[in-house]
Design a protein around this ligand. Structure first.
Ligand code: NAD
Ligand code: ZN
Ligand code: ZN
Length: 349
């Protein structure tokens, strides 16, 4: 079968033939419906090298860490699941028995140092292939909802959902505002989630006018970048500032914007992995502001994201690519030419 394989640091992935995998005990073989191209993949093959990446990310393996598909075959000991049914895949795979894994938060597995990989598509073969094996525990049912457009929910949905979930206490009560910085794969779903589960005014910004136009269609108020941006955002909040900021870029200027617009007792969550720095200062930061970062989410939260999708409350914007064009999808993502999420459909549509 064909797969998009990450073979070497600092080199684009290659499209080549690999063996069709067989499910081990407790696993299923999934026929892939969609595999999303995440900007973190670009970091993996373009920015990282041996010295800075976790050892589990060492090549080579098939990319694709946000996936959906149908059960093709049940491995030994798997019961209660049916061939042909459609699922989202929870990508992270931890030890399965530490406190973090026990609450479905494999992202923070306490035994990660002993794990050979971090997730499907991140150290272990992922979904940019016709088939992939997955532990049965990592499957989240999609019912009869469209499995192709669902693929990004596994990361571009779950990651914002987790960040927003942890910020909900800040958004409770009337008259609150929230700010989303970066309206790509993750940010556009973040706007939808904020509109679906909070009553806050959603303010959004991006460098791309078309991304901001899309956010407006989802119910956000947008403010373009440039001089005076923070002041304009503060004005929209009646001078109070925003109660929760979500930065899906993470460079120094976006973190500065977040810290320059957050309200007293607000919360800033950096999700983008650009590695920007910020110098905290007692006199310049409003009192009791939390500045934090988050990584992906929990299995339970992915069930909640799937519920929002199945209820029609959120739906990722998707640009589809055939397997022949999978490498083009990554190139376009790298060049900032994808609106929403690029999804590769290895078995056609
Ligand atoms: P994307 O390329 O789809 O979207 C990024 C968006 O940010 C684009 O619309 C771009 O125009 C905009 N942007 C870039 N620089 C900007 C700036 N200075 N000001 C305003 N907007 C700007 O990327 P994505 O897949 O949505 O991922 C977003 C970030 O989140 C990436 O850094 C990715 O690696 C990271 N990520 C983190 C996690 C996590 O668990 N923390 C999970 C997935 C992705
Ligand atoms: Zn990702
Ligand atoms: Zn664990």
């Amino acid at each position: 079968m064909r797969a998009v394989v990450f073979e070497q640091w600092k080199m684009p992935p290659v499209l080549r033939d690999v063996d069709k995998p067989a499910p081990g005990p407790g696993e299923v073989l999934l026929k892939i419906a969609g595999a999303g191209a995440c900007h973190s993949d670009v970091a993996v093959f373009h920015d990282y090298d041996e010295s800075m990446a976790p050892p589990q990310l060492k090549p080579s393996y098939t990319l694709g860490h946000e996936n959906s598909g149908w059960i093709e075959e049940l491995g030994e000991g798997v019961t209660g699941l049916k061939e042909g049914d459609a699922f989202l895949v929870y990508g992270p795979i931890g030890c399965g028995h530490c406190p973090a894994c026990s609450r479905g938060q494999d992202t923070y597995c306490e035994n990660v140092a002993d794990m050979p990989y971090l997730a499907t598509g991140l150290g272990r073969d992922g979904g940019m292939a016709e088939y992939m094996t997955v532990p049965a525990r990592n499957l989240v049912p999609l019912g009869d909802a469209d499995p192709y457009a669902a693929a990004p929910l596994s990361d571009a949905g779950l990651t914002p959902y987790h960040a927003i979930n942890l910020s909900l206490p800040k958004l409770a009560g009337g008259g609150k505002s929230t700010l989303v910085i970066g309206l790509g794969g993750l940010g556009l779903v973040a706007v939808q989630i904020l509109r679906a589960i909070t009553g806050a005014t959603v303010i959004a910004t991006d460098m791309k006018p078309e991304a901001m136009a899309r956010a407006e269609q989802f119910g956000a108020v947008t403010v373009p970048g440039g001089e005076g941006q923070a002041a304009r955002i503060r004005d929209l909040t009646g001078g109070k500032g925003v109660s929760a900021v979500f930065d899906f870029v993470g460079v120094a200027p976006t973190i500065a914007l977040a810290m320059g617009t957050v309200a007293r007792q607000g919360r800033v969550t950096i999700v983008g992995i650009a590695g920007g720095a910020f110098e905290w200062n007692f006199y310049k930061t409003p009192y009791e502001v939390d500045l934090t970062s988050t990584y992906w989410g929990t299995i339970e939260e992915l069930h909640e994201v799937a519920a929002l999708y199945r209820a029609g409350q959120i739906a990722p914007d998707v640009e589809y690519f055939s397997m022949d064009d999978a490498l083009t999808a990554y190139q376009k993502l790298q060049d900032g030419q994808i609106a929403g999420r690029a999804v590769v459909t290895p078995n056609g549509r």
